[in-house]
Write a protein of this length. Structure first.
Length: 149
């Protein structure tokens, strides 16, 4: 159930962004989804320096949304806190540890041609190409120092 009031949606977004700023989240970006997707009006992506910080930020957002808007949020991934998804209906929040965020690169997937400001470095093209079965067997049989690290 999503409220139709755009002012309430913007207030929810401001609350989440302020909470993340207060908790010293890193590389916070907001992607507008209104008119592009029906899942939410905004997507917020941010990083925490540790699983403890990611979990803490998620819990604080949930508490503030419940206190200010009177509705609970749905949270996934809190136990491991590598990637936590918070569904606040009109705003979807993804909180990551930095290396997990870089791996999934959600910003690129959700750009829709919009410019999204982020200082994340994209993965090199060879990291995104599937490996041939022969290359996989070779790596399995003869690990290199980079494979062991």
């Amino acid at each position: 159930m999503r409220p139709a009031d755009p002012a309430e949606v913007e207030a929810l977004l401001r609350l989440i962004l302020t909470s993340l700023d207060d908790d010293q989240a890193e590389e916070v970006i907001s992607i507008p989804l209104a008119g592009k997707s029906t899942i939410a009006d905004h997507m917020v992506i941010a990083s925490g320096r540790s699983t403890r910080q990611v979990a803490s930020m998620a819990n604080k957002i949930a508490e503030k949304v419940k206190a200010d808007f009177g509705r609970p949020v749905r949270i996934e991934g809190l136990q491991t806190a590598d990637w936590v998804l918070i569904d606040a209906n009109d705003v979807i929040v993804h909180l990551f540890r930095p290396e997990v965020r870089t791996f999934y690169n959600l910003e690129r997937m959700w750009q829709f041609g919009d410019t999204v400001s982020s200082s994340l470095k994209p993965l090199p093209p060879e990291a995104m190409m599937p490996k041939s079965p022969e290359a996989t067997q070779t790596q399995t049989q003869t690990p290199t120092m980079s494979d062991e690290a």
